[in-house]
Design a protein around this ligand. Sequence first.
Ligand SMILES: O=C(O)C(=O)C[C@]1(C(=O)O)C=C[C@@H](O)C=C1
Length: 306
Amino acid sequence: MYRIAYFGPEGTFTEQAARSLAGSDTHAELVPYETIAQAMAAVRDGGTSAACVPVENSVEGPVTATLDELAEDEPLVATAEALLPIHFTVLAGRGVRREDIGTVASHPHALAQVRHWLDVNLPSARHVATSSTAAAALAVQQGEYDAAVAAPVAAERYGLPGIATEVADVEDARTRFLLLTRPGTLPEPTGCDRTSVVAAAANRTGALSELLTELAFRGINLTRLDARPIKGGFGEYRFFIDFEGHVAEPRIGDALAALRRRCAVRFLGSHPRADGVRASIQPSAGNEDFVSAADWVESVRRGDTA
Ligand SMILES: O=C(O)C(=O)C[C@]1(C(=O)O)C=C[C@@H](O)C=C1
């Protein structure tokens, strides 16, 4: 049985992402965990084969709990990703009238995406952060709070009436989710891949710029750059860098080796992009260019050419 841990409880956006990543695999069993750290610990200690967690949202940015967990402890790698459109519904407790709503609960990322709507439509409601959107729906079901901002599926799952749908401040919001496993066989390159690393650039002038220049010189397009503090050293940061391409490609392998020469790097995976965008290749920076240049150096070393 293939078990996938996910950031739960049932009814989170992450559960939907895990279902789409499990796809037609009817043998996959989805197992909810209350926190991102617990879902990732489950795959680290072998309790599950994979973990599905959110990593970035188009409105609120990085999911910092996921980034910090990826940088610490036993390494995990992303082998797949899902991109979900995010639609929020406001669920009310049974018998709670809209005008009586005094508390509205949700995950901090979700509250941030509906802040304006709440200010206009439920101006006197206090916002309460919960571990996830579904945890907020569960708490409303149990009478702890008056309302929750959650995924539409949570209405059904927790038997709560929706009092407003499509309440997001920004239309077309999306969240990207990763399927994480212990390091092992990598997915095959497809031409539409993403590679992720976390690099501990030295705290000196130009260190980050040098890392980014290694990628730029090789014509590699970045898709994300986030800094997270290295706990315990004020002002010390590690950098999460996502870029187009797959480590199996000569141009990406060359770039990773260059990053590794400069600082400690943790590889976080190469996998197909959910949006199917092809890697852009700059003139003279294609894989064949790297291979033929390396072949030329070899022939010079053998004395075959000059
Ligand atoms: O709480 C959930 O339902 C989640 O899956 C987490 C999460 C997030 O971390 O951003 C996922 C998507 C939404 O943007 C809001 C919350």
